[in-house]
Ligand binder design. Structure first.
Ligand SMILES: [Zn+2]
Length: 91
C-alpha cells in the first residue's frame, strides 16, 4: 500500500544537546538539554526545525512514509521500464 503522500517528510530526526545559558541551570556544568530536531536539506541548504516531543512519533511516521513511497516508486518505475521495453506500457 502506498502511504498517503500528504504526510511524507524527507528529513532525519536528530537529537541535539543545547545549553540554555542560565548560570544556575544544571546544564551549565554538565550535559545540555536534549532537544529533538528535523534535519532537512533542500535547495542546497540544511535546515533544523525543532520538534516538540508530542510530535516525535508522528514525525517519525512521516519520514518512514517518505522512504516507503520512494521505494515503491522506484519499484514501479522498474516495472514500467520493463513494460516499455516490451512495448506493453499504456502511454
Ligand atoms: Zn539549562
Amino acid at each position: 500500500m502506498m502511504p498517503d503522500p500528504a504526510h511524507v517528510i524527507r528529513a532525519s530526526l536528530i537529537t541535539r544537546s543545547i545549553k540554555c545559558g542560565k548560570p544556575n541551570c544544571r546544564c551549565a556544568n554538565g550535559e545540555g538539554h536534549q532537544s529533538l530536531y528535523l534535519s532537512s536539506y533542500y535547495n542546497g541548504k540544511t535546515q533544523l526545525d525543532s520538534v516538540p516531543k508530542a510530535y516525535k512519533d508522528k514525525v517519525s511516521q512521516c519520514i518512514k512514509d517518505y522512504e516507503d513511497t520512494t521505494e515503491l516508486l522506484a519499484e514501479l518505475s522498474c516495472i514500467n521500464l520493463e513494460l516499455f521495453r516490451r512495448r506493453e506500457i499504456d502511454l
